[in-house]
Write a new protein. Structure first.
Length: 375
C-alpha cells in the first residue's frame, strides 16, 4: 500500500461510527454512543434514516426526543423518496414518448444502486442528464405533467449553465433539474472531452425504475463523477453523502471494478486529483479501500495536489463534515474554509496553490466584510 492508504486509522470520532456501520451492514449501533450534539449534527446532515437503520437491532437508548427525531426523519425520508421515484417513473414515460434518453445523476442514481434502501440517501431534487437536442421536447413534457420552472434568478442566468431553470411540481413537491452537461462551466472538467455528454453516453448501464428503464453511469465512471463533483467545492451541509456514495460503491463493487478503465477516464485531467482526495480519505478512515496499485498510480499522476494539501483537505473534511466543528466568526468562517478548499484543489502548481491560499482567505474576508469597509 502507498503511504496514503497505509496511514493508521483514526479513532471512531464524529459521524464515522455511523458511516462505518452502514458501509459494513451493521445494525447494532447504540444511539447513546452518539451524544446529543453529534446526533443533532447527523440529523441536520440528513443521516436520520441511516441512524435508524444501523441502530435497528440495538437496545433503545438515548433521550426520547432524539429517538423520536430519528424515527420521524426515517418516516419522512421514506415518504419523500417514494414520491420522488413515482414522479421519476412518470417522467421517464414522458421522456420515452419524445425519444429522450435520460441519465440519472447524483443521489437519484446512487440511492438505487448502492444503498440498502433508497430513502437512506438524502437528496434535494432529481438530477437528469438529457441530450441537448432533446431538452426542449423533454421540458415541454414536464410542463404537461404540471411542472413549473422556478428560481430566484432570472431566466437569462441559466443560458450558459449546465442545467436549465429548475422545475417544481406544486402538488408532488418535487424538484427536477434537467442537465445537458455534467459540470458547471466554472469547474475544471467542464470543457474536458472525456467528460462531455457524448463520451458519457457511450459509458452507460441501464436500470429499472418501477416499470420504466433509465440509464446510469458505469460504476467506474460513477466513482470518478462522484469524486469530482464532491471535490469541486466545499459543502459542509451536503458533502457527507458523496463520501458515503463512493464508500458504498467500493464496498459493493471494488473487487470487480475495472481500474484500468478508471485510469483511462482520469488520466491527464484534474479528475485524478479529485479521485485521489476521495480515495485517500476513505482509506484513512477505514470506510473503503482501493488497490495499492491505483493509489500509487494516482500519487504519481496527480499534478495538482501534494501530501501537504491532502493533509489540509482531509483535516477540513474531518473537522467540519465528520465532527461537526462549528465555524468561527473571523478566520474560520464557512466562507474562509471554502476559500482554503478552493485554493487547494484548483488546477495549477500545487505548491503555488498552497502559497496563494492566504490571499484567497484575504479575498474571502474582504468580500464578507466589504460592507464594513465601505462605511
Amino acid at each position: 500500500m502507498s503511504d496514503e492508504s497505509d496511514s493508521s486509522q483514526p479513532p471512531s470520532t464524529g459521524l464515522l461510527p455511523i458511516l462505518r456501520a452502514i458501509t459494513s451492514g451493521e445494525t447494532t449501533l447504540d444511539p447513546r454512543s452518539l451524544g446529543g450534539p453529534l446526533l443533532e449534527h447527523a440529523l441536520r446532515n440528513g443521516l436520520g434514516p441511516v441512524i435508524a437503520r444501523v441502530s435497528a437491532d440495538a437496545a433503545a437508548g438515548g433521550e426520547a426526543v432524539y429517538r423520536q427525531s430519528v424515527r420521524a426523519a426515517d418516516l419522512t425520508a421514506r415518504l419523500l423518496t417514494a414520491e420522488k421515484y413515482d414522479t421519476l417513473s412518470e417522467v421517464l414515460g414522458a421522456a420515452e414518448a419524445v425519444g429522450c434518453r435520460l441519465v440519472l445523476l447524483k443521489g437519484i442514481s446512487t440511492a438505487l444502486r448502492y444503498y440498502p434502501e433508497p430513502h437512506l440517501r438524502a437528496m434535494g431534487d432529481i438530477d437528469l442528464l438529457a441530450p441537448p437536442e432533446r431538452q426542449p421536447a423533454l421540458e415541454q413534457q414536464l410542463r404537461g405533467l404540471g411542472f413549473q420552472q422556478r428560481s430566484h434568478e432570472p431566466g437569462e442566468a441559466f443560458v450558459q449553465r449546465h442545467h436549465s431553470m429548475p422545475f417544481w411540481h406544486p402538488s408532488r413537491r418535487v424538484w427536477i433539474e434537467v442537465h445537458t452537461r455534467l459540470h458547471p462551466r466554472q469547474y475544471p472538467l467542464a470543457g474536458h472531452p472525456l467528460f462531455s455528454p457524448d463520451m458519457v453516453s457511450s459509458d452507460l448501464s441501464d436500470i429499472a425504475v418501477g416499470a420504466r428503464r433509465a440509464f446510469v453511469m458505469t460504476h467506474e465512471r460513477q466513482l470518478v463523477y462522484t469524486s469530482a463533483r464532491w471535490s469541486e467545492t466545499f459543502d459542509d451541509s451536503r458533502g457527507i453523502f458523496p463520501l458515503l456514495d463512493a464508500a458504498l460503491l467500493l464496498r459493493m463493487h471494488g473487487d470487480t471494478l475495472d481500474w484500468d478503465r478508471v485510469r483511462a477516464i482520469v488520466d491527464g485531467s484534474w479528475a485524478a486529483t479529485a479521485l485521489r482526495l476521495m480515495l485517500t480519505y476513505l482509506s484513512r478512515t477505514g470506510l473503503a479501500h482501493a488497490p495499492a496499485g491505483i493509489m500509487s498510480w494516482l500519487a504519481e499522476n496527480d499534478r495538482y495536489s501534494t501530501q501537504l494539501s491532502l493533509w489540509v483537505l482531509n483535516h477540513l473534511i474531518s473537522g467540519y463534515l465528520i465532527e461537526g466543528q462549528p465555524f468561527g466568526t473571523v478566520i474560520t468562517t464557512r466562507e474562509n474554509v471554502a476559500a482554503v478548499w478552493g485554493a487547494m484543489v484548483r488546477p495549477g502548481s500545487p505548491w503555488f496553490n498552497i502559497l496563494r491560499t492566504p490571499y484567497s482567505v484575504c479575498g474571502s474576508l474582504y468580500r464578507t466584510n466589504r460592507g464594513r469597509f465601505r462605511r
